[in-house]
Every structure is written in C-alpha cells, then in structure tokens.
Write a protein of this length. Sequence first.
Length: 85
Amino acid sequence: MARRTRGRRTSSRRRSRTTEQAKCRFCREKVVEIDYKDIATLSKLTTQQGKLFSRKRSGNCARHQRSAKRAIKRSRFMALMPYVS
C-alpha cells in the first residue's frame, strides 16, 4: 500500500533560507520611539479606512510596530489623525 504525501513536496524541491531578512524602516534609521506628531510617516502605516497595517504588510519589527500603534493612538487622541476616514 502506497503512502500519500497529502500535498507535501519532496525534500529535493525545498528552498533554502539563505537570504537575510530586511530590517524595518525605523531600525534602518535608528529611531528609538516613533513621534506621534509625524503624520506623514504614520499615515503610511494605516489604510484609507484608518486601520493599521499588519507587521508583515508594513515591514516593521515587533518593537516598532508596538511603538507605531501607540503613536497612532496618541495622534488620534490629539485629533491629528482621524479614527475613521
């Protein structure tokens, strides 16, 4: 009786992970804390409806994604950015 692989590829077709992951834009610029008054940068991290882009979509690391979340919330509270467009 032959075994099924259930959609798995054979080991000869696997790709090696030799490429290094790119740094996030804030790590490249050595930013410690994202400024809530910088609306141009914060607007690049949100959709037209005002939702935050995910880490995968925005390219941020976990530390700067949390910092961006806090900065966006602060700028919304200070009425610099809208909650919903």
